[in-house]
Design a protein around this ligand. Structure first.
Ligand SMILES: [Fe+2]
Ligand SMILES: [Fe+2]
Length: 219
């Protein structure tokens, strides 16, 4: 991946939330993560639009990864006697609005921008939540998501070498996407202390995203 774990870290102090002391906030975080993964499974729709076998198999792999991630968060919720909260569903549907029209748009939208931004939040959840079962589950998810972002980065860089004109199109797309995502984070009142911390992160996350684009030679 073009950014290191350190470069994508939003919270470097010890984790301060746990199911025991902040049950509602931690369970809401797990619900957000669960529905985020449910939305991510929709990547599977690209299996019939992949330009070659290698791309098709990658989509199959990622769809399987995302499905496994829904299971991880569902089991964690069950472990703490909870179910995914319906309250966060409406928001997540909106988060996964699809703008992409071409394969390259999708690689860029879903893997580079979408999962790149999501990964910063997943690292954040890992770094603020103290419960070891949750941290362990998040580390499994993180390993997969890093590989999805890296795949998107590599494929887009190769596409740009072949077709330099692609650059303008992707830059226009990313402006739309960044507005969409930061609006999503700042557009709703934080429901708890974890969400209040997340509401302060968009600038830092967008900065990370810009460094990624620079390293991809898009900026
Ligand atoms: Fe995932
Ligand atoms: Fe992913």
């Amino acid at each position: 991946m073009l950014l290191t774990r350190e470069e994508m870290t939003l919270h470097s102090a010890p984790p301060k939330f746990s199911v025991e002391t902040d049950r509602e906030a931690v369970l809401r975080a797990l619900s957000h993560l669960f529905y985020g993964e449910v939305g991510a499974v929709k990547i599977g729709q690209w299996v019939t639009k992949a330009p070659d076998l290698e791309g098709m198999l990658e989509i199959v792999k990622q769809t399987r990864d995302e499905t496994r991630h829904t299971g991880i968060f569902r089991r964690l919720l069950q472990r703490y006697g909870a179910e995914p909260s319906q309250a966060v569903v409406g928001d997540m549907g909106e988060l996964h609005g699809v703008i992409s029209h071409t394969w390259e748009d999708m690689l860029f939208e879903s893997m580079v921008v979408g999962e790149g931004l999501a990964l910063a939040l997943i690292y954040f959840y890992h770094d603020v939540i103290a419960d070891e079962p949750i941290r362990r589950g998040l580390r499994r998810v993180i390993r997969d998501e890093e590989s999805h972002v890296e795949y998107g980065e590599q494929k887009i860089m190769a596409a740009l070498r072949r077709t330099p004109q692609l650059k303008e199109r992707l830059l226009a797309l990313q402006e739309q996407l960044v507005q969409h995502y930061s609006g999503f984070i700042t557009g709703q009142a934080p429901a708890d202390a974890i969400e209040a911390m997340i509401a302060e992160t968009p600038m830092a996350i967008i900065q990370m995203h810009m460094i990624r684009l620079q390293r991809m030679e898009l900026l």
